[in-house]
Design a protein around this ligand. Structure first.
Ligand SMILES: Cc1cc2nc3c(=O)[nH]c(=O)nc-3n(C[C@H](O)[C@H](O)[C@H](O)COP(=O)(O)O)c2cc1C
Length: 165
């Protein structure tokens, strides 16, 4: 898939079939995240992949529980505070890693939705998963084979985004 076409045709997917996402696909998706840029190349991210009961147990932490339950896998993305050098810049890098993964997911014929609301319950999630205090939960990707692809997407006109220089 041409990179520009991939960027423009990727959509947030919120309905999935029951089809299994293969281990090979997961490995490719995480590899795409791993190759994101980061400040000082510190690579401040950590990833966790959940399926089945472990995945479904996180449904109670979000009002988007249907996404958690409907997805075949959930990819959790964390900031590793032990290797953070600048909080905001590290979060930007994590955003880049997430977008890399979303584009890879799309190119594989799979679909995902970036879950942001669930981050509000981040410290409860860290506790429920028994993870260390060095990790800060940033986002989840609900992942699966799309059963419904919503619309063409809408974006502001480029002219409304440009500040005259
Ligand atoms: C930081 C961030 C948080 C988001 N959180 C949610 C969320 O909690 N639930 C949801 O359904 N979609 C969420 N989304 C997806 C957006 O709604 C979606 O990207 C936007 O409407 C544009 O649609 P598109 O991705 O199909 O182009 C989030 C996206 C981002 C980047």
């Amino acid at each position: 898939m041409d990179i520009f076409e991939g960027i423009k045709t990727r959509r947030s997917i919120r309905k999935f079939s029951s089809e299994e996402v293969s281990a090979e696909a997961i490995a490719n998706i995480l590899e795409a995240g791993r190759w994101a840029p980061s400040g000082k190349n510190n690579q401040p991210w950590k990833f966790m992949v959940l399926a089945k009961e472990k995945k479904d147990a996180l449904a109670e932490f979000t009002k988007y529980s249907f996404l958690v339950k409907g997805a075949n896998k959930l990819i959790l993305i964390f900031l590793d505070k032990d290797i953070s050098y600048h909080y905001q810049k590290d979060l930007l890098a994590i955003g880049a890693a997430i977008e890399n993964m979303l584009l890879c997911i799309h190119s594989l014929g799979l679909g995902a939705c970036w879950m942001g609301e669930i981050r509000n319950q981040g410290s409860d999630i860290i506790k429920a998963l028994g993870l260390g205090e060095n990790l800060e939960f940033e986002a989840a990707l609900a992942l699966g084979k799309p059963s419904l692809i919503s619309g063409q997407g809408r974006r502001k006109d480029l002219k409304d985004l440009i500040i005259d220089g």
